[in-house]
Design a protein around this ligand. Structure first.
Ligand code: GLC
Length: 594
């Protein structure tokens, strides 16, 4: 580092006048004309904020973006104010760079601003697919954007437009369902997230991900190989992106997976010829977390291949200095053209100008008090109500709220973390009171009339003297590949709980899971069965429906298989014989025996 009066040179970039905190360029062309190669490469670099050696690296390398990965909370704490303070701190560091180009901070607010404590946690996408309600999903995009915006963040790595074709995939719940029609319908989320103008208050840049075919890998292996014809890739997996592009989605994130053996992050045909030349995508492409490292060849080859294929910004996210040095060397060696660099930087800068970051780089915290507000939670509770799918009902539902005793059992009955699933406070999610919300049990307790006894018997091994039993079971939280499973069945302990409770009284089983599970062996022995997916923080929405405040309206976004051996099984298949078909769902006034 060397310094003269009033200016310093750090990391090879002259920092100009210290403390100006005002961008030194006022248009894409103006910025580009002044930028050095290192400053251009800096704009193409996204680092995890937790990987920064020092905050001043944001200045020194003129980094274009930072992200908080799953659970990447500030080191100072996890309140919305902690996040806004963090983002503003990094923004100040960015504005201290020579040209003062604002940084763009990205986060995974995939079912609400779900890393942050106390925010509104919506049902995961699989439950939103069950609603078939794009207006509701657009509203969810709006509310999520408002909570993200209030923390100073202007970029969300959502929605996932993955079309999950095999329930064994650990990211099935991030999908709206098994058909391109559902994912296309729910691109309404983008309108809610980005608003009428990206520079407006509460507008946040959306990301269509993961381009393309992430939900179609063989056996549902996460980051696996999607072995399909180009016609199937186009009809099933590309179609939702066409709709997202029509809605002017601001960024696209490629998939870790491959298409017929070719990694998406290095596939120039799909990243440039199809995505840009055929579909007309005009935003910028952000790579996934360290995804370019998976390309064949050494790191220099990874960088060269991915940038030349069409990736504009690289989510490095840890070894950002190595990335910068490597890309600089590739440009200087003539392996990556300056034209390609300028093309990428132009797209990134355009997004920042569109967002108004050059005019207002710091957080607008006027919406902080709306985070987790009653009105926001009401939207989430409505989404929970509409997401529930009634698969069986032998005259048990609706439950009368004035019975003598209701037994509530099951490991998922009183657990905010479990009902929220992955991508909640931490990357993998977690069990327990991980954030603010209402558990399913608490919702039931609030719904019953005075004098009604609600007995919480977690394992169902108590007296079991109730008039009706509600057994809430399902999956423990997971994310991405850790959720890949060849055996999507209930645990033996949960099957025992169901057996004990449902032998002792009329019972309804509520399944809290990220996907259909194998229930063929129990469905005959329970009186009612409800698919609740991953409802998020507003568990009371389930009681609203069980007690008949509102009727069931949800329908299956995924085919419900009889057995794992049937997988993959999707609507339209020949010899289609599932336990419950795609689109199935009863109301309380349908008779299961119809
Ligand atoms: C993850 C996911 C991607 C997410 C990114 C940043 O690995 O694949 O969906 O946006 O990393 O957290």
């Amino acid at each position: 580092m060397s310094s003269e009066a009033g200016s310093t040179t750090i990391g090879g970039i002259d920092q100009g006048q210290q403390g100006s905190l005002v961008p030194q360029c006022n248009s894409v062309e103006d910025c580009l004309s002044q930028m050095t190669l290192d400053e251009k490469i800096g704009q193409m670099t996204q680092a995890s904020h937790l990987a920064l050696e020092t905050e001043s690296d944001v200045t020194a390398f003129a980094l274009g973006s930072l992200l908080a990965g799953g659970g990447g909370a500030p080191t100072t704490g996890n309140t919305p104010t902690d996040w806004a303070d963090m983002v503003d701190g990094y923004q100040e560091a960015a504005l201290r760079s020579r040209l003062g180009i604002p940084i763009l901070f990205g986060v995974d607010a995939v079912h609400g601003h779900s890393n942050v404590f106390g925010t509104t946690i919506f049902p995961h996408n699989i439950g939103l697919g069950a609603t078939r309600d794009p207006e509701l999903v657009e509203r969810i995009g709006e509310v999520t954007a408002a909570e993200v915006y209030a923390t100073g963040i202007r970029w969300n790595f959502a929605p996932c437009l993955c079309v999950a074709r095999d329930e064994r995939w650990g990211r099935t719940y991030e999908s709206f369902g098994e058909t391109p029609e559902l994912a296309s319908m729910m691109t309404a989320y983008i309108d809610g997230m980005q608003g009428d103008s990206l520079s407006a208050r509460n507008s946040v840049l959306a990301t269509a991900k993961h381009w393309v075919g992430d939900g179609g890998t063989t056996r549902g292996v996460d980051q696996g190989d999607t072995e399909v014809t180009e016609a199937e890739l186009s009809e099933v997996h590309i179609a939702p992106f066409t709709e997202a592009i029509r809605r002017n989605v601001g960024s696209v994130m490629p998939s870790y997976s491959s298409w017929n053996g070719q990694k998406l992050h290095g596939d120039e045909y799909l990243l440039t010829e199809v995505l840009r030349d055929d579909l007309g995508f005009a935003g910028f492409v952000i790579s996934d977390w360290a995804a370019i490292d998976q390309l064949p060849g050494d790191y220099a080859s990874d960088v060269r291949t991915s940038i030349n294929a069409g990736i504009d910004m690289v989510m490095v996210p840890d070894e950002y200095e190595l990335f910068i040095e490597t890309l600089r060397a590739e440009v200087n060696a003539g392996n990556v053209s300056v034209e390609r660099i300028d093309e990428a930087v132009t797209r990134i800068l355009q997004a920042k100008f569109d967002l108004g970051l050059f005019d207002q780089p710091f957080s607008d915290r006027s919406g902080l008090d709306d985070i987790g507000s009653a009105s926001h939670r009401e939207v989430a509770r409505q989404a929970v109500q509409q997401s529930l799918v009634l698969l069986k009902n032998d005259d048990v539902l609706p439950i009368s709220p004035d019975l003598n005793e209701i037994v509530v059992a099951g490991l998922s009955a009183d657990n905010i973390g479990v009902q929220s699933g992955g991508w909640t406070i931490s990357w993998q999610g977690g069990s327990g009171a991980t954030t603010v919300g209402t558990s399913i049990l608490e919702g039931i307790q609030k719904a019953v009339d005075d004098g009604v006894t609600v007995t919480y018997d977690r394992r169902g091994n108590g007296a079991l003297t109730g008039d009706v039993g509600i057994v809430v079971v399902g999956e423990q939280p997971y994310a991405e590949g850790r959720g890949d499973s060849l055996d999507i069945s209930l645990r033996a302990s949960e099957l025992s709980t169901i057996e004990r409770v449902c032998s002792a009284m009329p019972c309804v089983v509520v399944l809290v899971s990220g996907r259909p599970m194998i229930v063929s062996d129990i469905i005959e022995n329970v009186d009612a069965f409800v698919a609740a997916w991953l409802p998020g923080s507003e568990g009371a929405g389930i009681a609203d429906v069980l007690f008949g405040e509102v009727d069931f309206t949800g329908t299956l976004p995924m085919t419900w298989p009889r057995s794992v051996e049937q997988l993959p099984i999707n609507v339209g298949d020949r010899d289609y014989d599932p336990l419950y078909p795609y689109g199935f769902g009863l109301t309380m006034f349908d008779d299961s025996n119809d």
